[in-house]
Design a protein around this ligand. Structure first.
Ligand code: PGA
Length: 250
């Protein structure tokens, strides 16, 4: 079975409820019936309900951008895995580099989130990626490898198959500086080899690329053998642009 491509929009801290409704509604009519690819929208928490309604009856899936690992309690400002399921999400982004860098999320915390999400049936979209300084030091594989290891080592095959990995070089996020398809493919191949080495079903785990994916570079990226989709920030906020990304031609 070839891996089903995944095109996911990470809206970050953008969109009022009205804006989210319009964006999701526009995508629902343009790509709501697309065959052979998964389309996932990750609005902010406040717009989950509105987007859920706007994509009802389409094949578009709903994701959240973050989750806490505990099921309930005194965690002001946090949202539990069960709350996301209740809001209609079927996936959740975990370990985005902005969470790691700006909010101090550790590999251990991210692993706990992954396990809590899996336990309740949410599919984790696990982000990994190196900074520019780490790349320049020749440490890309060491950094990305240790993030993947912390996230997935010891999971059983069924759990691993429900995870989507997103390789997002930090230097390419929001900068307009996309990794070349060769740079991305190299790291994707290394991640897949590491999954294999960990005894996980490497061929079944989609590995998305993220970082300045746009309508004009998605086709080249998607032509690479180990690039199974895209996690898109800025370019996911506009109906026609994101629809073109969903309808990439490899
Ligand atoms: P970008 O963001 O597409 O705006 O670079 C990607 C991401 O952070 O997921």
């Amino acid at each position: 079975m070839p891996r089903t491509p995944v095109l996911a929009g990470n809206w970050k801290m953008h969109c009022s409820i009205a804006e989210a409704t319009a964006l999701a509604g526009g995508l629902a009519s343009k790509v709501g019936r697309v065959e052979g690819r998964r389309v996932i929208l990750a609005p902010p928490f406040t717009a989950l309900g509105a987007v859920r309604k706007a994509i009802e009856g389409t094949k578009i899936e709903l994701a959240a951008q973050n989750v806490h690992d505990q099921s309930k309690g005194a965690f002001t400002g946090e949202v539990s895995p069960a709350m996301l399921v209740d809001a209609g999400a079927t996936s959740v982004i975990v370990g985005h580099s902005e969470r790691r860098a700006l909010f101090g999320e550790s590999d251990d915390f991210i692993r706990r989130k992954i396990e809590s999400a899996l336990a309740i049936g949410l599919g984790p979209i696990v982000c990994v990626g190196e900074t520019l300084a780490q790349r320049d030091d020749g440490r890309t594989l060491a950094v990305v490898g240790s993030q993947v290891d912390a996230a997935m080592r010891g999971l059983d095959a069924a759990a691993a198959r429900r995870i989507v990995i997103a390789y997002e070089p930090v230097w390419a996020i929001g900068t307009g500086r996309v990794a070349t398809r060769e740079q991305a493919q190299e790291v994707h191949g290394q991640i897949r080899a590491l999954l294999q080495e960990m005894g996980l079903p490497a061929a079944d785990v989609p590995i998305l690329y993220g970082g300045s994916v746009k309508p004009d570079n998605v086709d080249g990226l998607m032509a690479e053998p180990d690039i199974d989709g895209a996690l898109v920030g800025g370019a996911s906020l506009e109906v026609d642009g994101f629809a073109r990304i969903v309808e990439y031609r490899a």
